[in-house]
Design a protein around this ligand. Sequence first.
Ligand code: GTQ
Ligand code: FE2
Length: 361
Amino acid sequence: MTVEEATPQLDRLYADIAAADLQPLWTITSQLLTPTPRPKAIPWLWRADAMRPLAERAIELVPVERGGERRVLSLANPGLQGLPYAAGTLWGALQCLGPRESAPAHRHTPGAIRFVLEGSGVWTTVDGDACDMYPGDLILTPGWCWHDHTSTTDGNMLWFDGLDLPMIQALDAIFFEPHPELNQPVDVPRNKSEIAHAARTTKFTAGRVDEALDQEPSPLLVYRWSETSAELARLRAETGAPMVSLEFTNPDSGASVLPTLACGAHRLGVGSTLPVRRTGNTVYVVFGGKGSSVIDGKRFDWEAGDMFVVPSWSAVEHHGTGEADLFSLSDAPVLRALGVYREETLTAPQNVTGVFGTERE
Ligand code: GTQ
Ligand code: FE2
């Protein structure tokens, strides 16, 4: 449509359209129907060195109580104008529990995953199943399952929380309920889902799950680091690629672990991956080692405990100088279910035009 010449009649038309709570699409088309995704979230990194002391101070000063429910520092992407979200669709956070604390039992429609960074002697109870938590373990808390976290040790416990909260919020489908008791009863034996599925050989998919979809969450709630690490080592020996990846898999259906969330593990050696861009957002958590990732031309140097976000359709490539392990969380199952998943591998490394953290953003 051509731009009309401003006339008093046209001015009046636009004013009357606005007064009628209408908007003329022809003036906003290019903001709405962009050639490619324009996420508000920007590539960003949160350093363990910055987060850990704040978590320790919060453990000293802030009790975990009903109402507040959790001692959690949420990743707030600076592109999201104050929203407590890592990206438009993903909640990412550092949760901390002090010695012998417990975080009250509740349930909510958003689904959650935990990836353990530090500590031991803590478990998350999921609908009665006490799931012990050790570094590197992935623990699932599917939507609407009762869950509480309990520590029995003298040390602090730190883990990464990932939730689909922004998606469920966007769908106006948030429900929340506190459990009638502070902590829910724990079944015997503990780690029931882990025991029930101990012999399963379908806990991982090499690369990523790209076909199976499932409205049900995985019945297996715990993926132990020893098994994840062994599978990464096996893939590494098999392929010899600079980075090997697996996706944690619902052992019954072969789908992603939750209907809304996919979790992955990646082992980087010496070498580089080609840049890839995908629709959907991804949060990476560095479990061990050091390396760097170039996201839309900016280099992000990272080490253990750091967390970083790759927004939808941003190109990302990873560079390793030794062995490093990454955990990833993405909304890929939702994009696949809705038929809007796209992925593209670029043919050449990106030009690096800046280094994250060297200038004030
Ligand atoms: O541990 O139940 O990071 O309900 C955000 C909301 C953690 C939890 C979060 C939650 C939890
Ligand atoms: Fe929760």
